[in-house]
Design a protein around this ligand. Sequence first.
Ligand code: C5P
Length: 231
Amino acid sequence: MKDVIIALDFANRAETFAFLDKFTEEKPFVKIGMELFYAEGPSIVREIKARGHKIFLDLKLHDIPNTVKKAMKALSSLDVDMTNLHAAGTSAMMRAALEGLTRPDGSRPLLIAVTQLTSTSQEAMERDILIEKPIDEVVMHYAETASLAGLDGVVCSPLEAGKVHGACGKTFLTVTPGVRFAEGEKGDQVRVTTPAKARELGSDYIVVGRPITAAENPAEAYRRCVREFLG
Ligand code: C5P
């Protein structure tokens, strides 16, 4: 199911709820990242969930399989809807994560892989982690490995969504940040697309931060995003 996910990139609970209080008519799907989670702990997840929001918990786990399995079990019991890990942890780690996430009744949150971070350049990859293949090839290989391990999708640019669906199948989810309104500020994002373009390119979920969080009327900006993305 396609949706718009708002990135709650706030430093604390007060700022987060001041923002969420502006949504009186709808309960958007939201992303909680490391900053907010580490500042406020699991209770922030429970509180936001109790308000009726779906939650993507973006903690990008990467550790030995046994540790990731146990950590995922804890996250699953928080009743999040989607969470993620680094595909670089290998397929053994990804399979362990899926086991940890699966609840006694067989249900589990969606599990999404991060491939190479968009902040990693070809040069840094070659120099620091001795990966000498072209970065696009590395990203696609990580996506295919995640798919074979049984994960539900990857975080990628909307510009890569078609390629990912081509290699991993149409039902393999593409969760895509880097979205801006046509006339909006890019901020520090380099390659951006509009919500309408992301839809055209086949994104399953768009992750939108500042175009909504920094808007004068966030609820209206969110609605515009939904209109453009879902049509
Ligand atoms: O404010 P903005 O729309 O740029 O926020 C995008 C969100 O998506 C942020 O939470 C950012 O950390 C996240 N993200 C990203 N690029 C990636 C992975 C995650 O922008 N490659």
